[in-house]
Design a protein around this ligand. Structure first.
Ligand SMILES: Nc1ncnc2c1ncn2[C@@H]1O[C@H](COP(=O)(O)OP(=O)(O)O)[C@@H](O)[C@H]1O
Ligand SMILES: [Mg+2]
Length: 324
């Protein structure tokens, strides 16, 4: 299935939901962006920022109130547009009594696939999503991550040139998230021509797999940029957990505002990669150990999701002094 031009293009797209006789909800406003062919593009935004609405309009499930949406050169409202898309819904569900193989066969047949071609495709895809060992097992015993991977395999059945996933990592544990991220990269390596477009509310998900990112805030386009541009503009913060520090190093750290004592050791906040390298050298020289490193892109997260730090009102926090 070939096409020229962008895989997805939105021009001034607005979606207003009629929520009552006179009440209306503006979910997406004047959205213009393109998803170039062959790229892995992330749609990043907080909950309620309009990601699912945008995806449903691209899929033709919802009609835009205003604006134009093209999918592989066809209007999203045409049936033809859908034939280019493999779609992974937010919460895929399958008939409980079917096996992984049954599910694939059922959907393959719906797509008009038959015989050996279908069998070979099923085998290849179940192997790709690392479900080969449970081919004959019923899906009702599958974990959320396995169900998600099966849905991914199903979306790939007829080799669609455009793959669209709505929050493919949502509700998964860290390992499950990692598996999906690895899989997205793997699918793109295997099919470099394919275009992938997926939504997420987690910055780390796009950092690891996307070449460019579309940032949504309250239904509006905040920015579309390459991952490099995005990362170079955001200052990265690291949280280090240090154990077995010598008394002198401990004194030095605990005397600074960026460090505090926690149950696991000394917790230090470091701003930027250079400062991190310097701290790690210092810790190694001291003979102390790094028990954990956590990275955050504070400025970007604040920009997209608002400041989420929570300060309890006076007198009710965990450290509040008892007044009685
Ligand atoms: N069918 C609907 N009717 C009314 N409002 C809706 C409907 N679907 C979504 N919304 C509203 O539109 C906004 C965007 O929702 P959604 O696209 O689901 O966001 P996201 O996927 O980014 O969490 C939200 O405020 C949501 O409540
Ligand atoms: Mg959503």
């Amino acid at each position: 299935m070939n096409f020229t031009g962008d895989a997805i293009s939105l021009t001034s797209v607005t979606k207003i939901f009629q929520t009552g006789v006179i009440k209306r909800k503006l979910a997406v406003e004047d959205l213009t962006f393109t998803v170039p062919r062959g790229e892995v593009v992330g749609l990043l935004g907080a909950n309620g920022s309009g990601k699912s609405t945008t995806i449903k309009m691209i899929l033709g499930f919802l009609k835009a109130t205003r604006g134009e949406i093209l999918v592989c050169g066809h209007s999203a409202e045409e049936r033809m547009a859908r034939s280019f898309i493999g779609y992974l819904p937010e919460n895929p569900r399958f008939q409980r009594f079917l096996t992984a193989h049954d599910v694939m066969k059922y959907f393959g047949k719906l797509l008009g696939m038959r015989g050996d071609t279908l069998e070979r495709r099923i085998e290849y895809l179940l192997e790709l999503v690392t479900l080969k060992h449970v081919t004959k097992e019923r899906v009702h015993g599958f974990s959320k991550g396995m169900t998600q991977r099966l849905a991914l395999a199903q979306a790939l059945l007829n080799q669609p040139p455009l793959l669209i996933f709505d929050e493919p990592m949502s509700g998964l544990d860290p390992l499950g998230r990692k598996e999906i991220r690895t899989l997205i990269t793997r699918i793109h390596d295997e099919m470099p021509e394919s275009t992938m477009f997926f939504s997420t509310h987690i910055l780390a998900d796009v950092e690891q797999v996307c070449s460019s990112v579309i940032l949504l805030k309250q239904g509006r386009l905040k920015r579309q940029c390459t991952l490099d541009e995005l990362l170079s503009q955001s200052d990265q913060r690291f949280e280090l957990l240090v154990r077995n520090a010598s008394p002198s190093l401990e004194k030095k750290y605990l005397g600074s505002a960026e460090s505090r004592m926690s149950a696991g050791g000394i917790q230090i906040t470091v701003q930027g990669a250079d400062a991190l390298a310097a701290r790690l050298f210092e810790i190694k020289t001291d003979g102390a150990t790094v028990a954990g490193v956590d990275s955050q892109r504070k400025s970007l997260e604040d920009e997209l999701f608002g400041d989420t730090s929570f300060t309890p009102p006076p007198g009710v926090g965990l450290n509040a002094e008892k007044t009685t």
